[in-house]
Design a protein around this ligand. Structure first.
Ligand SMILES: Cc1cc2nc3c(=O)[nH]c(=O)nc-3n(C[C@H](O)[C@H](O)[C@H](O)COP(=O)(O)OP(=O)(O)OC[C@H]3O[C@@H](n4cnc5c(N)ncnc54)[C@H](O)[C@@H]3O)c2cc1C
Length: 494
């Protein structure tokens, strides 16, 4: 499918309150809360029916859905000076961008497909013609599949089938209701693999999948959470397949254009540079939302961000214990510090060598590589996901650029050393996002999972982590935003 993208948005249409994000990022939150509280005494807060916190896909979709339902009095408060959250287009010159956050979409992602259709944004097939490069258990091979023995292939297929069958026993979006949920939540993916795999190849591939797709190590993440994640995507295949799976297509103009278009439609209801510091019960029927810039009152609040990111917000009264457990459970997991980088070339030279530019490794500092060149192939771009915790020698940016070139040359030949540019986004260093996808450690889902979507008084929860389908993905963010808006709508009517 390829459709032209209609009229671009104008950033000037948003109300920009610069400084808030920078201030909040550089100062300690309690001091800011006190300053904002003192300010409150002097200024009457702005009131609206609904305040949405977070101008990522989920929060902006919530706004769109409220508007569609006839609720016009709402504001979206975004901490950063931009919308899009975990999606980000980085300009690389010559009118090109690279996406250094969420990027690919695939079959079965009906919410994002419907939304881009409505917005008139096109999508195109990602490039997968030719051989994929594998670096698994120290052996580099090329082909459709890694070069493995029959026994290794059979073992992997058996284990993947068992995991798939198990995940399909789960009620979608309600892992805590699954038979034996507690036992599955006490176990890690690593423990389960030790019991079920009979070759070393199978755990190595699952380590690759776990690190690259779920942002966690098999020995740290709850098996129940893995099943929930896979179930929400329709099984293991949609998650691991590139062509025909979750990495099937790319968005014309880069995925951040979706948020930019949503925000443009919402106009001056989107306030940038407004990091929320505190949400409190204000009066019997009102909430107060405080930022370093201003304070607001609202009848309902939608929080549209990752649960771990809400740890930076002070709630008064305190959130119920299970919701707190959810937030701290998510925040506690040492996340895999993740950099998404792009090495730029004059041409996608690997294509002429019969390679599709994809590389998957269980041990290289680069977990995954994708051909991320523009659709017309006018320049070459290799996008790399790398986990810097495993390679301290790549801790600084300059070392990373050089180290990455050398690593890419191992997979794609010496031409990979002749890069024309390099860009990257270190999500671990981002003050507003807790990484890419945030997995859960054992015990959290069964103890507190029910509170993922359950409203807390007049606070409603959105964000991709609360989605029933494609949780962790852009699609999940969109459906979760729409669902939260519908809950608010019903609650306002009631
Ligand atoms: C490197 C990377 C690669 C990815 N690849 C893919 C992919 O290929 N396909 C895919 O579908 N998904 C992918 N994802 C995941 C996808 O980007 C996310 O699922 C989706 O963007 C989440 O949207 P969201 O609105 O739920 O949350 P977010 O995008 O995190 O939005 C939350 C918003 O809240 C704001 N915020 C935070 N704190 C405050 C505060 N105190 N006050 C006000 N605002 C605040 C943030 O600035 C942010 O804008 C990737 C993510 C990353 C980082």
């Amino acid at each position: 499918m390829h459709r032209p993208m209609s009229d671009r948005f104008s950033r000037r249409r948003f109300v920009r309150l610069s400084g808030g994000a920078a201030v909040a990022a550089s100062l300690g939150t309690p001091g800011l809360v006190r300053a904002a509280a003192a300010d409150d005494a002097r200024r009457a807060p702005r009131h609206s029916n609904v305040i949405i916190i977070g101008g990522g896909l989920s929060g902006l979709m919530a706004g769109r859905e409220l508007q569609r339902g006839g609720v016009d009095s709402f504001l979206v408060l975004e901490a950063r000076e931009r919308v899009g959250g975990r999606t980000l287009n980085m300009p690389i010159g010559g009118g090109h961008i690279v996406e250094v956050g969420g990027e690919w979409i695939g079959p079965g992602q009906n919410s994002i497909a419907a939304l881009i259709d409505e917005l008139g944004i096109g999508a195109f097939d990602a490039y997968y013609e030719g051989d994929t490069t594998y670096d698994i258990e120290g052996a580099i091979s090329r082909g459709l599949l890694p070069d493995i023995s029959l026994a290794e292939g059979a073992d992997f297929a058996k284990v993947a089938w068992q995991l798939d069958r198990l995940c399909k026993q789960m009620p979608i979006g309600e892992p805590w209701r699954m038979k034996d949920a507690s036992a599955l939540d006490r176990t890690t993916l690593g423990d389960w693999l030790r019991e079920h795999a009979s070759t070393s190849f199978t755990p190595s591939v699952f380590r690759l999948i776990s690190r690259a797709v779920m942002s966690g190590y098999p020995e740290r993440i709850s098996l129940l959470w893995v099943l929930h994640y896979l179930r929400s995507a329709g099984g293991i295949l949609p998650v691991i397949l590139n062509d025909g799976g979750a990495q099937d297509q790319r968005i014309d103009g880069g995925s951040q254009v979706i948020s930019e278009r949503l925000a443009a439609d919402l106009g001056d209801r989107v306030l940038l540079g407004q990091p929320v510091l505190r949400i409190e019960d204000h009066a019997p029927d009102r909430m107060r939302v405080v930022t370093p810039v201003e304070s607001f009152t609202a009848d309902r609040v939608i929080v549209a961000m990752a649960p771990s990111d809400t740890a930076r917000i002070e709630f008064t009264p305190a959130l119920p214990k299970p919701r707190q457990a959810l937030v701290s459970g998510w925040a506690r997991l040492p996340r895999l510090p993740l950099v998404k980088a792009a090495m730029l070339y004059e041409t996608p030279f690997w294509r002429a060598d019969g390679l599709n530019g994809s590389m998957q490794s269980d041990r290289s500092p680069i977990q995954l590589v994708f051909d991320n060149s523009p659709e017309d192939g006018s320049i070459g771009v290799l996008s790399c996901f790398l986990s810097i915790v495993e390679c301290p020698h790549l801790a600084d940016r300059r070392a990373r650029e050089e180290g990455l070139k050398e690593e890419l040359a191992r997979y794609f030949g010496p031409k990979a050393l002749r890069a024309t540019g390099y860009v990257e986004k270190d999500w671990a260093a981002d003050p507003w996002s807790t990484g890419c996808i945030t997995p859960l450690t054992p015990g959290v889902l069964t103890a507190a999972g029910e509170h993922l979507r359950k409203p807390t008084g007049r606070i409603f929860w959105a964000g991709t982590e609360s989605a029933k389908r494609w949780c962790g993905y852009m699609d999940g963010a969109i459906s979760a935003g729409a669902r939260a808006a519908n809950e608010v709508h019903a609650s306002l009517k009631a």
